[in-house]
Design a protein around this ligand. Structure first.
Ligand code: DAH
Length: 332
């Protein structure tokens, strides 16, 4: 019987070590250790043994059983580890493989100009303000000191709606709306407001364009403050450029200036391009909103977003800014 047990053990261990799947191991367990398995079959013969032999054979049978059990467990662990390793190898990520190209969008060049100029003024302590595109004559002209029927109103070829309201011709209307509802001191920037004029579309004009409006009102504001801030704004956006302040006229400022920047598009003769209008807020405008011009003064400016963007990137035709041509926009 001892020989039988030894034989059984050798046979079982060999089979277990040769097994290559978990099902096979389970089958071997049933075959050798199951209730009707081979070990039970051998032990079934115990009754025929002499009483003295029984403990010896019993102990041996236990050892065989333990050996087989431990071999089964070892082989199970071995196969499981192998399976996991195979899976890891299968699913390994090859970090050297070239990535898939996902094109990224970015802000429109005009939005970049708007954001940079707005951020600059926010950094100086200005707040953001906004106003409606459909305006009344009062906010667009009258409160800004345009006399009724004054030829200055012809400066803006205005688009009127059927109900006498109009599409704002400039963002200066926001000055009035803001001052009406806020006491001085005032420091606002109107970022990238759309404005409308009956202009014909050409390389530097569009019937629909964008302005950034600036307004500061306080008790000791001078033309020097305006000039300093405008020079800094242009330098911040465009770097140092040939730039000139030219006396001008707007009904809502006195004195008034315009700023030109030297512009050279490739292959064309250079010229000055007007990029903004500005000035000291006219006393009549301050009176219209209930401010006392003896107590406060202000400066204001309206910057042309399209033209600044053209200068920033060397774009020689305003119309390009209104295309959605991705190959064009991707350059900026
Ligand atoms: N609103 C003027 C325009 O559209 C630009 C302008 C000039 C704005 C002088 C201002 C200013 O705030 O003070 O032509």
């Amino acid at each position: 019987m001892q020989a039988q047990l030894t034989h059984l053990q050798t046979q079982a261990l060999t089979a277990i070590n040769a097994s290559d799947s978990l099902e096979q191991i389970e089958q071997l367990r049933v075959r050798y250790l199951g209730k009707k398995g081979e070990l039970s079959a051998v032990l079934g013969g115990m009754g025929k043994l002499a009483a003295a032999e029984r403990p010896l054979v019993g102990a041996m049978a236990n050892t065989v059983k333990e050996q087989i059990e431990s071999a089964l467990q070892q082989q199970r662990t071995h196969l499981e580890t192998q399976a996991i390793q195979a899976q890891l190898a299968r699913e390994a990520v090859d970090v050297t493989m070239p990535g898939r190209f996902v094109p990224q969008g970015h802000r429109h060049p005009m939005q970049q100009t708007i954001d940079r100029v707005t951020d600059f003024f926010i950094g100086l302590g200005f707040s953001q303000a906004d106003g409606p595109h459909v305006e009344t004559d009062y906010y667009n002209f009258e409160a800004l000191n345009f006399p009724p029927d004054h030829p200055a109103q012809d400066m803006h070829d205005t688009l009127y709606l059927a109900d006498k309201r109009l599409l704002r011709t400039h963002t200066s209307s926001v000055q009035i709306r803001y001052m009406e509802t806020h006491d001085p001191p005032v420091r606002i920037v109107v970022p990238g407001g759309r404005v409308y004029r009956k202009d014909a579309l050409d390389a530097t004009h569009s019937p629909n364009f964008h302005q950034i409006e600036i307004l500061a009102v306080d008790d000791r504001i001078t033309l020097a403050d305006l000039k300093g801030i405008l020079v800094l704004t242009i330098e911040e956006l465009l770097g140092k450029r040939p730039m000139r302040f030219r006396p001008s006229y707007f009904p809502f400022t006195e004195p008034s200036v315009e700023v030109d920047i030297w512009w050279e598009a490739p292959g064309k003769p250079g010229r000055w391009m007007e990029v903004l209008g500005a000035g000291m807020v006219h006393p009549n405008v301050l009176k219209h909103v209930g401010y006392d011009p003896e107590q406060v003064q202000g400066f204001a400016a309206g910057l042309g977003v399209e033209r600044l963007t053209m200068l920033l990137y060397g774009i020689d035709d305003i119309r390009l800014l209104y295309t959605s041509e991705k190959r064009f926009l991707a350059q900026f």
